[in-house]
Design a protein around this ligand. Structure first.
Ligand code: HQG
Length: 181
């Protein structure tokens, strides 16, 4: 596969494992796992040239380590970013004092009023460093980075998780914990 094909296929896998498994004829179990052979067949039906070795290559080289494989190498799931309801079995973890969220300036008024909301996804996504937050925010337009007082939130009883690929997750962030930087 060319770099372009790898990227396109990786996006397809994210899409089906996070949002629309039925579009590839997949059923996720309650923990978000899908059968690898079924995913390969579904990708092929959607015109992608995927086989087991290229799938394993995509999983191993994905720049954000977006996908996890089970021990017997029969199942695959996305490590975060779902809109379908799955139980990832994440264990609450004490966050660093400060986390970051990159977003677009066009969302700012709403965010400063309502706080960060998870929208369609299962969690609000936060980054451990501002450079990552900048990249996340740039996907949406003119970027603005918010500092999140995660340490204070934890003291106030909010729960944080870290996904298997090191994205910080929480349910919501009230405006009082946000600061534009
Ligand atoms: C914004 C990528 C208005 C929020 C990234 C964001 C991440 C509000 C957008 C993962 C709002 C949702 C998730 C409010 C939040 N009013 N807008 N009250 N609260 N928003 O894509 O965090 O590459 O669903 O700021 O790296 O950008 O796909 O979330 O701009 O980890 O693996 O609503 O996706 O990972 O956008 O990104 P998204 P996100 P992958």
């Amino acid at each position: 596969m060319t770099e372009e094909e790898l990227k396109k296929t990786s996006k397809f896998i994210s899409y089906v494992l996070r949002h629309y498994p039925e579009s590839a004829g997949l059923v996720l179990d309650s923990n978000g796992w899908a059968d690898i052979d079924a995913l390969i067949a579904g990708a092929q039906r959607n015109g992608l040239n995927l086989d087991r070795s290229s799938l394993m290559h995509i999983v191993a080289t994905n720049n954000k380590k977006r996908f996890a494989i089970n021990e017997t190498q029969t199942l695959i799931r996305a490590s975060q970013g779902h809109s379908v309801v799955v139980e990832l079995g994440l264990i609450p973890q004490a966050p660093p004092f400060i986390l970051y969220h990159g977003t677009s300036t066009r969302f700012l008024d709403s965010i400063l009023q309502q706080g960060l909301l998870k929208g369609n996804r299962l969690h609000v996504h936060l980054s451990a460093d501002s450079a990552t937050a900048k990249q996340v925010g740039m996907r949406h337009g003119k970027v603005v980075i918010l500092e999140v007082a995660a340490g204070q939130m934890a003291k106030d009883g909010y729960v944080f998780y870290m996904s298997e690929n090191s994205v910080w997750l929480t349910d919501q962030v009230d405006p009082g914990y946000l600061k534009i930087i």
